[in-house]
Design a protein around this ligand. Structure first.
Ligand SMILES: Cc1cc2nc3c(=O)[nH]c(=O)nc-3n(C[C@H](O)[C@H](O)[C@H](O)COP(=O)(O)OP(=O)(O)OC[C@H]3O[C@@H](n4cnc5c(N)ncnc54)[C@H](O)[C@@H]3O)c2cc1C
Length: 489
């Protein structure tokens, strides 16, 4: 490795030409130096346009402030093995980045550590004989669906085009989830690099079925997935408009009526052909206090007995039409960058009073803390129907089926554009609000829409299983101690 590169590595030693013994490199600098030798300068970068674009490209502005000592761009699973082995042996900090969409601060980048970016691993293919989709981890769902659409199949990814494949490790919620299940429950096999660099394949039926289950909701704690093989959903080509639906926009004054309608929907709707999610806008500095409801039905209209209450509330605009699965997958872009973001989560089952209390608590937080730091806050409610668990094609996941319908709650804060300052009192106020709006008894938190401070694993059905599986595959607790991610293992 050239000395100029070595000296540019953050925290690297001061070089003296005649030094007989040089001070030891910091672990991250040492790993970057050895990876430069083994993988080469095309795959390992500590500066330059590609490095800058990756480090600054995260959806959450707060994560773009990190400065990885180097970024590794693997092209194969074996490159990931080489990188992990070196990171493990030298005790360096690290992070993994796929689509870069995590709202969790620190989960998809690192300072004084190695960032593994999957930008170079973006292949997707469909095998009609097995009906499996092979998917590399660097893809965004929109790019994958474009390749798959001509075959009339889809992965069943997220609801926003720009979100990456890391979604699968969080469970994965889709507009059509009541019909197709959690995105992760359509995975047939995963190739996984363990912390020490070993590559294994995990499935629901092989000797690594425990790891397979833990990965489906375990986020970044159980290994690095280098390829997913997924049961394709035969959703049809883009000219096959099998669904009906879209978005309805309401004035903020309708929020309470919408909240009541949402509770009735959650407690009564069992039809897996129905899908809905609502973003109740609780604060928006642009003064457009619009609330948006997305509704879908596998059929040629929105049945009154399912959506009637929503449709009877006076709206400001509607965009409803026949849709293909492909149309649904491209409805929400989600690609805006440049704002600090914070998510918080809950899971609610109860009556209208219970939901109203939670909503009012979030309004109180917003009124007390929004000015001048936030530009928007919303309460996003995703109904989780029982059918969503029953649709699993690959056994149970890490969350565990609670057996009842409920609402997955996402409290969403957006800070001012370019404002990287996160005031402590807003943080503390947000955490207090989360503590006062906890998940109802026995319901799991949705890890991809929670806050990094929340102990999500504690809400899963079988924490002892998760802990035992983690201890089996990472006995030295390397991941817990060297990368940011969910707490509680
Ligand atoms: C605007 C927006 C819309 C969203 N919509 C949805 C939605 O509709 N449905 C839904 O389910 N979720 C949604 N999410 C949440 C999203 O699923 C998660 O943030 C998800 O983790 C993003 O994956 P990524 O690859 O884009 O992100 P990244 O930030 O790159 O990765 C997320 C986490 O997963 C880890 N990770 C990624 N790939 C791997 C891998 N191959 N092996 C091991 N660890 C890995 C990363 O280290 C990081 O901790 C949304 C988020 C945002 C911001």
């Amino acid at each position: 490795m050239p000395l100029s590169t070595l000296s540019s590595l953050a925290g690297a030693l001061i070089l003296t030409p005649v030094a007989l013994s040089q001070p030891a490199l910091a672990p991250a600098a040492s790993v970057c130096s050895s990876l430069w030798d083994t993988l080469g300068s095309t795959l390992v970068k500590s500066s330059g346009p590609q490095y800058n674009a990756t480090a600054a490209g995260t959806w959450n502005l707060f994560n773009s402030l990190d400065h990885p000592t180097c970024i590794v761009y693997p092209q194969t699973a074996s490159d990931v093995q080489v990188a992990m082995k070196s990171i493990y042996e030298q005790g360096a900090r690290y992070a993994v980045q796929a689509g870069g969409h995590s709202a969790m601060i620190g989960w998809n980048s690192v300072t004084d550590g190695i960032l593994i970016s999957f930008e170079n691993m973006t292949r997707v293919s469909y095998d009609a004989d097995t009906n499996w989709i092979s998917l590399q981890p660097g893809l965004r769902f929109s790019d994958a669906e474009i390749v798959l659409e001509p075959h009339g199949v889809a992965i069943i990814g997220g609801r926003a085009t720009d979100v990456g494949v890391g979604l699968l490790l969080g469970g994965g919620l889709n507009f059509a989830a009541p019909l197709y299940g959690w995105s992760a429950d359509r995975i047939a096999e995963m190739d996984v690099v363990l912390v020490g660099g070993e590559l294994i394949t995990a499935s629901a039926t092989n000797e690594h079925s425990d790891l397979f289950r833990a990965l489906k909701g375990g986020a970044n704690r159980f290994g690095i997935v280098t390829e997913f093989r997924i049961y394709a959903a035969k959703t049809g080509r883009k000219d096959e408009k099998r669904w009906y639906g879209g978005s309805i926009t309401y004035p903020g004054s309708a929020n309470q009526a919408l909240l009541n309608a949402t509770v009735n929907y959650i407690n009564n709707v069992v039809d897996p052909n129905a899908g809905a999610v609502i973003a109740l806008n609780t604060f928006n500095i642009s003064a457009s206090d619009a609330t948006i409801l997305y509704v879908f039905y596998l059929g040629n209209n929105l049945p009154q007995h399912i959506f009637g209450e929503f449709l009877s509330i006076s709206s400001t605009s509607q965009s409803l039409s026949p849709l293909s699965y492909f149309d649904m997958a491209f409805l929400v872009p989600g690609n805006a960058r440049g704002n600090g973001q914070q998510f918080g989560g809950s899971s609610w089952l109860g009556d209208q009073g219970m939901f109203l209390n939670g909503y009012n608590r979030f309004l109180d937080f917003t009124a007390a803390f929004a000015h001048p730091h936030l530009v928007a806050s919303s309460l996003i409610i995703s109904p989780i129907l029982v059918s969503q668990w029953e649709a699993s094609l690959s056994g149970p996941n890490a969350m565990g089926n609670p057996g009842v319908p409920y609402a997955s709650i996402n409290f969403d804060l957006t800070y001012a554009p370019g404002d990287a300052f996160r005031p402590e009192d807003v943080d503390e106020g947000f955490k207090s609000m989360l503590a006062e709006t906890p998940p109802s008894h026995g319901l799991p938190l949705f890890i991809s829409e929670s806050n990094a401070s929340q102990d999500v694993f504690e809400t899963y059905a079988d924490l002892p299983f998760l802990k035992a599986t983690y201890a089996k595959y990472d006995p030295t607790r390397f991941n817990m101690e060297h990368t940011d991610g969910p707490i509680g293992l």
